[in-house]
Design a protein around this ligand. Structure first.
Ligand SMILES: [Zn+2]
Ligand SMILES: [Zn+2]
Length: 343
């Protein structure tokens, strides 16, 4: 090891984060340094439980997924030497997910669309119940959103009981190669949240949270209620624009009139059209997951497109219903692609 490497490993192992900041500003990229066992600086920092130093190293490009010569990631080594909580602390310190950008964007879209619907479209519509129907769907939507966003999606934290070494004692269980927890089948490690999640479906940037076994139902409720609310706003706002009796009859004159008088209505119709198309794809995808009892993760990583198509074709109604029940109850038994014995 060169002198810089020796100095850096000593600093990482003893948690001297200022020394690491200084070294990171030098010529040698810290992410490339390895000790004789193939460990990175992040292995050294995390195994010592030095979370601030580990965070400095991640800023310098060190990765939680790099492995030493024995195949251990920094998180797994930390778990094996009894510092399993360090990875969870690191996650809490660095914050999970994509931050507040998407939840804020959701709130802004909601306010704009509803503002135009209630302020402009609804007064021109014949029935007040249309306003109540949209309000009911929006209430369900917000309730489901807050639940799915704030709920524990099925985290298995390193400090929760059994760690490492127990894989194979219970059928289907394995040890996470990143954080070292012993986990049931269908658990995956979310690279954005840096934690293992049971029944991991996907990491949803709009929720800034994973969708997993425990928050799947509010997530599905959210998707369905968004689809319903957007469809109602689209159709009723669109009807108000199209059925305006004061509009001239000629096509060009009508277009000119509509785009100047109903400018907000036209904008909301176009925006809702885009949202509706996108949510419909999401809904189709989640519907597939329900009837096949397979998460988005499993279908994208473990099934081929052809297997998904084949499984959908040969599926009977009874099987589909059984799969829906298994998926919603968080069963640890996954569906199987047709014609394959194991995933
Ligand atoms: Zn993990
Ligand atoms: Zn996540």
């Amino acid at each position: 090891m060169g002198s810089v490497a020796a100095e850096a490993f000593a600093a990482a192992a003893s948690g001297r984060s200022e020394a690491l900041v200084a070294l990171a500003a030098g010529d040698v990229p810290l992410a490339t340094l390895r000790d004789t066992a193939g460990r990175t600086l992040l292995h050294a920092a995390l195994a010592g439980g030095h979370v601030v130093a580990a965070s400095v190293l991640m800023d310098a490009g060190c990765s939680l997924t790099s492995r030493d010569a024995a195949g251990r990631t920094p998180g797994l080594e930390a778990a094996l030497v009894g510092r399993g909580a360090a990875l969870a602390e690191l996650r809490a310190m660095r914050g999970g997910g994509a931050g507040w950008g998407f939840p804020l964007a959701y709130a802004v879209i909601l306010v704009v669309v509803l503002g135009v619907f209630y302020g402009e479209a609804l007064p021109a519509l014949p029935s007040a119940w249309m306003g109540w129907a949209v309000a009911a769907m929006v209430a369900v939507q917000i309730g489901c959103y807050v639940a799915a966003w704030q709920m524990d999606p099925g985290w298995i934290r390193p400090e929760q009981g059994k760690q490492g070494g127990l894989a194979g004692r219970e059928p289907g269980w394995s040890v996470c190669p990143v954080c070292g927890v012993n986990r049931p089948a269908r658990t995956h490690h979310c690279s954005k949240c840096q934690v293992c999640v049971t029944g991991f479906d996907h990491h949803c940037v709009w929720l800034n949270n994973c969708v997993g076994e425990r928050n799947l139902i509010p997530f599905l409720g959210f998707v369905v209620s968004v689809e319903a609310a957007v469809a109602m706003v689209l159709v009723w706002t669109g009807a108000g624009v199209v059925l305006d009796e004061a509009a001239p009859t000629g096509a060009v004159a009508w277009l000119r009139y509509t785009c100047s008088v109903h400018v907000y209505g036209v904008f909301v119709v176009m925006l809702c059209g885009l949202i509706l198309a996108w949510i419909s794809i999401l809904l189709y995808d989640q519907g597939q997951g329900l009837v096949l009892n397979a998460t988005v993760y499993e279908r994208s990583r473990q099934w081929t497109e052809a297997e998904v198509g084949q499984a959908l074709l040969v599926l009977t109604f009874g099987e589909a219903m059984r799969n829906v029940r298994a998926r919603l109850s968080g069963s640890h038994v996954a569906g199987r692609p047709a014609g394959r014995s194991a995933v």
